[in-house]
Design a protein. Structure first.
Length: 312
C-alpha cells in the first residue's frame, strides 16, 4: 500500500480507502471481517456519511473498529454531512448547511462511530441556500472544539469551492467526486479543448486542473461504476474492449482487473485517493493491490481509449 498527503493537511493516508455506505447490510461479525481485511491490506482511511442508512453504516463501522480494538490514532475516519433524508422513506428532502444541522450531525456521527474526534468532515453536496456566516461559525466551532481536525467538500465544482472557502477560515482539503474508467468526463474535457464536440463541454469547471492548483485531493467514489449508478463495468459484456485490456494488463502485473482499474486512477498526478465500497473481504484485498501497481503512460492511455474515449 502506498500513502500520500491529503490536501495540505499533514495527514498521510492510504491511497485506497474503504467506504462504508453499504456496511449497514452486514452483521456485526461480517462488518468486523470487512474492516479487518481492509486494515490487513494497508488501508487506514475509512469514509462514511450520516445519511447512510440513517447512521447505521457509521454505527457498524464504529463497532467493528471497537471490536477489533483498533488504536484510534492509527487510522483516519471521515464522514460527510449536509443531506437530510426522511427517516421513514429515506428519500432526500433537502441539503442543509445550517449551523444547527451541521453541529448536530457531527455530534451524531461521533456517537455512531464511538470516537471523540473525526479526522475529516465533508460537506456532502452543495446547499444553494447556505448562509456563509453560519457555515463559517459552524466549522470554526467544530474545529476549535477538537471534534473535527480537517474539512472538505463532496460533489462540488471549483466556483462553489471558492465561494465556500471565501467565507470559512478552515482550509477545504479534499473534494469527493465520482471518477473512474466508467466516468471520465473530467478527463475528456481536458483533451477536447477548443472543439465543439460533446466531450468538449465543460460540465465541472475544470475540476482536475483546479484541484491541482489548489492542492486539493480528489477522492474518487464509485471507481468501478459507469454512468450514475448504472452498473459496474468490470466483467460487463457491454464493455468487451475495456475488460479485455484490463485483463491483459492485469495478467502482466499478476493482479486482478479491479486492481488495474484502481491503478488507473492513482496514476494521475493529481494524487487522488480511491474509495472502494466493496463489503466482500476477498475483493477488498484484490482492489487494494492496485495501489502498488505503477502503470506506464501507454497503459493508462490505452485503458482510457478502451473505455470508449478518443484522443482528438
Amino acid at each position: 500500500m502506498k500513502y500520500s498527503e491529503l490536501g495540505r493537511s499533514d495527514i498521510h493516508a492510504s491511497r485506497v480507502a474503504l467506504g462504508a455506505m453499504r456496511m449497514n447490510a452486514k452483521t456485526p461479525d461480517e462488518a468486523r471481517d470487512v474492516v479487518g481485511t481492509a486494515l490487513s491490506s494497508g488501508i487506514d482511511f475509512f469514509d462514511t456519511a450520516d445519511c447512510y442508512a440513517a447512521g447505521e453504516s457509521s454505527r457498524r463501522l464504529g463497532q467493528a473498529l471497537k471490536d477489533l480494538d483498533v488504536e484510534r490514532g492509527s487510522i483516519y475516519i471521515q464522514t460527510k454531512i449536509g443531506i437530510y433524508r426522511d427517516p421513514v422513506t429515506d428519500a432526500i428532502e433537502r441539503y442543509d448547511f445550517s449551523k444547527r444541522y451541521l453541529l448536530d450531525a457531527v455530534d451524531g456521527e461521533l456517537r455512531n462511530l464511538q470516537t471523540d474526534y473525526l479526522d475529516f468532515v465533508l460537506l456532502h453536496r452543495p446547499d444553494t441556500l447556505v448562509d456563509l456566516d453560519e457555515l463559517s461559525e459552524a466549522l470554526d466551532e467544530l474545529g476549535t472544539s477538537g471534534k473535527v481536525r480537517h474539512f472538505g467538500v463532496s460533489n462540488v465544482n471549483p466556483l462553489q469551492v471558492e465561494l465556500l472557502q471565501s467565507a470559512v477560515s478552515r482550509k477545504l482539503e479534499v473534494n469527493q467526486l465520482q471518477f473512474g474508467l466508467g466516468h471520465t468526463g473530467m478527463i475528456q474535457q481536458e483533451f477536447h479543448v477548443n472543439m465543439d464536440d460533446a466531450p468538449s463541454v465543460d460540465h465541472d469547471g475544470g475540476l482536475i486542473s483546479y484541484s491541482r492548483l489548489r492542492n486539493m485531493t480528489i477522492q474518487a467514489w464509485s471507481p468501478f461504476q459507469y454512468g450514475f449508478f448504472k452498473g459496474v463495468f468490470l466483467d460487463d459484456p457491454r464493455f468487451p474492449e475495456l475488460n479485455a485490456r484490463l485483463k491483459a494488463i492485469a495478467d502482466e502485473h499478476a493482479v486482478d482487473k479491479s486492481a488495474i482499474a484502481v491503478a488507473w486512477i492513482l496514476k494521475h498526478p493529481a494524487m487522488m485517493q480511491v474509495l472502494i465500497g466493496s463489503m466482500t473481504p476477498g475483493r477488498i484485498t484484490r482492489m487494494a493491490q492496485g495501489a502498488d501497481v505503477d502503470l506506464t503512460a501507454q497503459e493508462w492511455y490505452g485503458l482510457y481509449m478502451a473505455a470508449g474515449n478518443d484522443l482528438p
